[in-house]
Design a protein around this ligand. Structure first.
Ligand SMILES: CC(C)(COP(=O)(O)OP(=O)(O)OC[C@H]1O[C@@H](n2cnc3c(N)ncnc32)[C@H](O)[C@@H]1OP(=O)(O)O)[C@@H](O)C(=O)NCCC(=O)NCCS
Length: 392
């Protein structure tokens, strides 16, 4: 039997309360107060799904941006996808996601990203692995960086606006970085239970070269510093970052920080003592093929054409043949062409983000292409390993 689902925005107090009850049960109280979380994201940014008039689940949309090839593209993050247990397994989550994606397309949003609890569900609606979210750790007594070339300016009280400009400069140069949602900024400076948050600008007040925001925590494995956010624009700032952390070694055992799967911060350490403590890959959905390919930046030295043939079982307009012409760091998309690189819109995600090379995607059975197409795609999508610093 095919069920009829009704998709809508969230507005009425009884619906808000009902969705909060569903979130509480689905996420085992992890949101730290469901209604407070909903207010932080903005009630108008939630979407709900009903079956026979009964509200059975919902999700949050976080409208923000993401940097690709030095350009910021609108990107909607999806969070807290939830269906009440008694309604699961009947296609409710799929229907909710399909409606949301169609709405995003209609609103002109080219990209959507999420952190999957179940990859199968999101693959069915066109998401695929897009980049990394890694937490690294090192013992403070293994940092070994003593010299501190730059002064440190404590930021008290912490106001996240102070960091926006520096962050934006790093984001523009970091493949996949977010133009953060205000709720993400707020969470970076808010202490969790049993922790204190500290922030420093690195460099002089007039000319900061970076910053660090960190929390000190007492855990059952000893005391740790968790670096909640960092921007380091120069080699002197990187050295200052490490020397500041090393000066904590009399009381703090470990330092953790978020970085790429290929972390350049560890290159400044004397030995390979840093380890990955948590790894996760977020997923990306190319919601609007034409916009996603034409709004981003590309490597500036190339001039080539890629003939694509795309299949999308949710968004009709993404189906068919497209030519992507790249020159002077920009891309232009026209309909038609020879369709030499054939792929599902899902597999366009790891190609777009440079998480995997076209050659490796081909041998993993994710795309099919002529030699010419694989070679053009390799040039067009050559970039550093994509990553995001924020979980949402
Ligand atoms: C995950 C969740 C939203 C799925 O809701 P649902 O309505 O049962 O999902 P659907 O019936 O639409 O399932 C669609 C597909 O998703 C996949 N899927 C759903 N639940 C899954 C699970 N627990 N594990 C693995 N795959 C799952 C299946 O492939 C399913 O398709 P199939 O039945 O044809 O194989 C629901 O189990 C839930 O609310 N869980 C708790 C909260 C949570 O973890 N949310 C995800 C946050 S990212």
């Amino acid at each position: 039997m095919t069920l009829e689902f009704e998709y809508s925005t969230l507005a009425h107090p009884p619906d808000i309360q009902q969705l909060a009850v569903i979130f509480k049960q689905c996420f085992v109280n992890a949101l730290g107060g469901e209604e407070a979380y909903m207010n932080q994201i903005g009630v108008e940014n939630f979407r709900i799904i009903r079956e026979s008039q009964q509200l059975i689940g919902g999700l949050a949309t976080l409208n923000m941006g993401q940097w690709w090839g030095g350009e910021r593209l609108p990107m909607t993050g999806i969070a807290v996808v939830a269906i009440a247990p008694e309604y699961r397994g009947s296609g409710g989550a799929i229907a909710l996601m399909q409606h949301t994606l169609k709405e995003l397309y209609a609103r002109g949003v080219p990209l959507s990203a999420l952190y999957p609890a179940v990859q199968t569900l999101y693959r069915k609606v066109g998401y695929e692995q897009g980049g990394s979210w890694y937490i690294w750790e090192v013992a403070t007594n293994a940092i070994g960086v003593r010299e501190q070339p730059l002064p440190l300016q404590p930021v008290v009280p912490i106001n996240h606006q102070v960091f926006h400009e520096l962050y934006q400069q790093q984001a523009k140069l970091t493949h996949g970085y977010l133009d953060r949602h205000p709720a993400i900024w707020r969470r970076l400076i808010e202490p969790d239970e049993n922790e204190q948050v500290y922030a420093y600008l690195i460099g002089t007040k007039d000319k900061p070269e970076g910053y660090i925001i960190f929390a000190q925590q007492r855990t059952h494995n000893g005391e740790i510093i968790f670096v909640k956010d960092w921007v380091l624009k120069t080699a002197a700032a990187t050295q200052t970052f490490w020397s500041l952390l090393a000066t904590h070694r009399s009381q703090i055992q470990q330092v953790r920080w978020k970085s790429s799967a290929i972390d350049t911060l560890t290159l400044a350490l004397p030995e390979q003592t840093a380890k990955i403590s948590t790894q996760f890959r977020w997923m990306l959905r190319i919601v609007d093929v034409v916009k996603a390919l034409s709004m981003r930046g590309y490597p500036s030295g190339i001039e080539t054409e890629l003939h694509l043939e795309i299949q999308d079982n949710v968004i009709d307009a993404n189906n068919g043949k497209f030519i992507l012409s790249v020159a002077n760091g920009r891309g232009e998309v026209t309909k038609g062409g020879k369709g030499e690189l054939q792929l599902d819109v899902r597999e366009l995600a790891p190609l777009y983000t440079s998480l995997f090379s076209p050659y490796h995607l081909q041998i993993a059975g994710k795309l099919h292409g002529t030699e010419t197409a694989i070679s053009a795609a390799t040039q067009i999508f050559a970039a550093s390993s994509p990553w995001v610093a924020d979980f949402f």
